[in-house]
Design a protein around this ligand. Structure first.
Ligand code: NAD
Length: 476
């Protein structure tokens, strides 16, 4: 159970920031300028639903405008409050700097349980919330570009984009006002899976470095590693699916709101998710053991723990009992400041949220660029690429025939070599490159400085350094 001594989510983020800033040589006042949240707009609006006016409270927080537009998701949950939105906005600033997406940090939230409203009602509520934010340029292609977060997805982003277009009928860049839209409404291939895919690429990169694995006491590759995932929503589902289907990981437990499923042989994630979609939870799933109390399952022995649900789940109340040697923070802020200290002392390696879940904002950046350039990635070069590859294959086959060499190229090689990169392939390549490059920037700091104990401080040092550089070049 969470103890009362625990700082709030925003305080926790600030304390983590301070740990890193202390090790940096920032000019007086700059540290505070970077840390504080620039502004938070609170709106209370009414929507006529079920015969009466329902009042909703929403927030849009702008943490840092050192680069514009600012970027960050919109969360729908009853637990949304100002402190949380500001913490998440701050993490967006650091995340964008770490993965070099040219944005400042922002975040939004609406206090609502989306499961209590039907689709039409949710559309009315979303459009009204969007209207309030658009009116104040808190949704705008050049100033503030939201994206999905907990409780929202493609559908909500499509409504927001349409609302913006209705209110800005001559803005040719209207579609770039929000990312995470469905592909038919200006979205990009690979955005829905992007955050989970990024978690997979982050782990692959971690496992390329024996020295880093040794810090967690891990050996070998991802194949056969026992994984526990909390939250089988957008991020957790995709991460668990890709790691189990493509990298040979065994997902031995999945934790959801209504308990956990356990299977030491590894769960079939697609099957579990289908069950969840049909039944609204994990209970009753026939092919694994179900326990009603999910939280203690975080403490089960495993190789990799992936909290992918919400903040504060690993806290002073359970950190001591966590047995995973490696934690990948797929959710934002799942480990509190106090828990982080305990885990570090125990030798647990944490791949921090600002890096681990940056796949979403990375692909959002690609979507925004696509919207501004008004053309699908790969449209110009794909067939030209294929034609060049074909030339090479035909020339090799001609040479082989002419010289009687008897070479034949394997059919699957030919097929793969002759397929030009479409949008999805380019998005995955860009995401992979981003996750590798950002990891290397972090580990360089981690390994080159005696005073840097962990990846989180390293990540903060890289991002704060980049934000500071932008401020300096602005003359601040
Ligand atoms: P989501 O709403 O799709 O999924 C969250 C899942 O967690 C749901 O299945 C929910 O039932 C489950 N859950 C909620 N409370 C739980 C609890 N106490 N115990 C166990 N399970 C619980 O949300 P998401 O988009 O997957 O976001 C999850 C986390 O990832 C959040 O912290 C979010 O900020 C972060 N994140 C999301 C994205 C993105 O692109 N969606 C990007 C970066 C970070």
């Amino acid at each position: 159970m969470q103890q009362t001594k625990e700082p709030s989510f925003r305080e926790s983020v600030d304390l983590m920031f301070n740990r890193a800033a202390k090790l940096m040589d920032l000019s007086p006042g700059l540290e505070q300028k970077i840390r504080v949240c620039n502004s938070t707009y609170t709106v209370r609006f009414g929507v006529r639903l079920r015969g009466k006016i329902e009042t909703f409270t929403g927030y849009r927080s702008v943490h840092s405008e050192h680069m514009e537009p600012v970027k960050g998701g919109i969360r729908y949950a009853l637990s949304v409050h100002q402190d949380e939105v500001e913490a998440l906005a701050a993490l967006m600033t650091y995340k964008c700097a770490l993965v070099e997406t040219p944005f400042g940090g922002s975040k939004g939230g609406l206090c609502i349980d989306p499961r209590q409203w039907d689709e039409h009602e949710l559309e009315q509520i979303t459009r009204r919330f969007a209207y309030e934010l658009i009116k104040r340029d808190l949704i705008h292609p050049a100033q503030n570009v939201p994206a999905p977060d907990m409780g929202t997805g493609e559908r909500e982003m499509a409504w927001i984009a349409d609302q913006y277009a209705r209110m800005n009928t001559t803005d040719i860049n209207a579609k770039a006002c929000v990312t995470g839209k469905p592909p038919h409404a200006g979205g990009i291939q690979g955005r829905v899976e992007a955050t989970g895919r990024g978690v997979q690429y982050a782990l692959r990169e971690f496992f390329r470095h024996k020295e880093d694995m040794a810090r967690a006491g891990l050996t070998g590759g991802l194949d056969g590693k026992r994984v526990i995932v909390q939250g089988l929503g957008n991020v957790g589902y995709h991460a668990a699916k890709f790691l189990s289907e493509e990298d040979g990981c065994k997902v031995i437990a999945v934790i959801e709101r209504d308990g956990a499923l356990l299977d030491p042989k590894g769960l079939n994630i697609e099957d579990v998710r289908q069950w969840m979609n049909r039944h609204g939870g994990l209970a009753g799933y026939p092919n694994a053991t179900h326990v009603a109390d999910g939280a203690p399952v975080l403490e089960e022995a495993c190789d990799i723990l992936i909290p992918a649900a919400m903040e504060g789940v690993i806290n002073l109340g359970n950190a001591e009992r966590i047995r995973a040697p490696l934690i990948v923070e797929a959710a934002n802020g799942p480990v509190t400041f106090g828990a982080d200290e305990i885990l570090r002392r125990k030798g647990c390696v944490i791949i921090p949220d600002m890096y681990a879940n940056a796949g979403g904002v990375t692909v959002s950046y690609f979507e925004w660029v696509k919207n501004l350039s008004h053309i699908r990635f790969g449209r110009m070069q794909r067939r030209a690429e294929e034609a060049r590859s074909r030339l090479l294959v035909e020339e090799l086959e001609r040479l082989s025939a002419d010289k009687g060499l008897g070479w034949t190229l394997a059919e699957d090689f030919k097929e793969r070599f002759l397929t030009g990169s479409d949008e999805l392939a380019l998005v995955r390549s860009g995401l992979d490159d981003t996750m590798r490059t950002a990891y290397q920037a972090m580990r360089e700091v981690w390994h080159s400085r005696q005073d840097v104990e962990d990846l989180r401080v390293a990540a903060y040092i890289v991002s704060i350094g980049r934000v500071a550089q932008t401020y300096r070049s602005k003359g601040l």
